[in-house]
Design a protein around this ligand. Structure first.
Ligand SMILES: [Fe+2]
Length: 391
């Protein structure tokens, strides 16, 4: 009996050792990314993760072949013993192609006076190009409301020939809510990396669903911007892109928000910013103005008292008068899950064409000089709308 018990203990010990040893033998690795954010004429942010705590960096190679190493530095400390890495590289030259690769050193143990490093790893080389302020060409795609369907996202991006555009816009509700740190990767970051995002950026326009969940307040660190805001504007050559953040659809005192939101005040703050923006020389002197916001400007929603449309009504009240002064050439939105195209002539309150993307559509825009070509495709590849604007 005693021998049997000893044998059993030995087997349990061997089994435990086997499990532990195989876990310990897992190679240290990069497990998400890299993907680019806020690519400007002067800088870019490169994001990636490692499966274990590390010291990580980016190596940048300029056209002359000179390699520089970049870390995230905070208050004199290099970011370390972390797994999520967002490294901003500044001092770039416009209209220039750079190569980059990731580097990382596993930190096995971090004692106050002794840091023990493990394996070092490096990624393959990738490349990106900084925007050319004199460029008269720009291509992009925009889609929304995938609600965590990574397969459909991949399919739509491929249909739009995403490998031939400069950037991609996700116009909200790529997830149902944010309660799991892996969800942004599963829903849209990993599929984007597989297709384009290591070398061309995507821009996230937050949807109302992405304000929900216990981690919603951490969402920004996946799509960081130097000004700290989800909303903003930036000019690429002759195109000014404006991103507005619509917030939640129901009133702030709606019971499910538990007193944790104040989107009415936020939209007021945003409207004040937008009003300033459209007065700037940079905005006024651009040839093309493209605005993205998750809530479409549905003018018929201004009257009803439907609770679920409070956010849209607030957007209409605060943003629409500004939209109509802003000489917008194209607006792209989503939210309703029903494709629509609103001609300026059909909606007297709107002085610009608006595409309302559905859960099944993607919009591709190609700008070349004085011509903007717009095409909306559905998941079957059918063209729902195609038009050209010339000016
Ligand atoms: Fe939505």
């Amino acid at each position: 009996m005693k021998l049997l018990r000893m044998k059993k203990m030995l087997w349990i010990g061997l089994l435990w050792c086997g499990v532990w040893c195989s876990a310990a033998a897992q190679p240290f690795t990069f497990n998400h990314g890299p993907y680019l954010q806020e690519l400007t004429q002067e800088g870019v942010t490169i994001l990636f993760t490692t499966d274990q705590e590390s010291l990580s960096w980016v190596e940048l190679k300029d056209p002359q072949g000179t390699i520089s190493r970049h870390y995230t530095l905070r208050n004199g400390l290099r970011e370390a013993y972390n797994t999520f890495h967002a490294i901003r590289v500044e001092g770039l030259t416009e209209a220039t192609t750079y190569e980059y690769r990731l580097g990382s050193k596993h930190i096995v143990d971090f004692q106050p006076y002794k840091v023990t490093f493990g394996d070092s790893i490096a990624s393959p080389w990738y490349r990106f190009e900084t925007p050319d302020p004199r460029s008269t060409r720009c291509s992009f795609v925009a889609l929304s409301d995938m609600h965590q369907d990574a397969g459909k996202l991949t399919h739509l991006l491929q249909l739009s020939e995403v490998n031939t555009v400069d950037r991609v816009f996700y116009v909200g509700d790529m997830m149902n809510y944010y309660a799991d740190p892996q969800e942004p990767f599963r829903s849209f970051i990993d599929p984007s990396v597989r297709l384009f995002a290591s070398e061309r950026p995507f821009v996230l326009v937050r949807g109302n669903h992405e304000t929900r969940g216990k981690l919603a307040r951490e969402y920004f660190h996946y799509v960081p911007k130097t000004d700290g805001q989800f909303y903003g504007a930036y000019r690429v050559g002759e195109v000014m892109f404006v991103i507005l953040d619509c917030g939640e659809d129901k009133p702030d005192d709606f019971w499910v928000y538990a007193g944790l939101t104040d989107f009415d005040a936020y939209r007021t703050q945003e409207a004040a910013w937008f009003e300033q923006l459209i007065r700037t020389k940079e905005y006024r002197t651009t040839r093309w103005r493209v605005v993205m916001n998750h809530f479409p400007p549905l003018t018929h929603l201004t009257q009803p008292t439907d609770t679920a449309a409070h956010g849209e009504r607030d957007v209409m009240a605060k943003f629409l008068p500004l939209y109509n002064r802003a000489k917008i050439d194209l607006m792209i939105s989503g939210h309703t899950h029903e494709y629509a195209f609103m001609e300026p002539a059909n909606e007297p309150a709107l002085r610009f064409p608006t595409i309302v993307g559905s859960t099944e559509t993607i919009t591709r825009v190609d700008i070349e000089g004085k011509t903007m070509r717009v095409k909306v495709l559905n998941v079957k590849g059918k063209i729902l709308k195609e038009f050209t604007v010339t000016k």
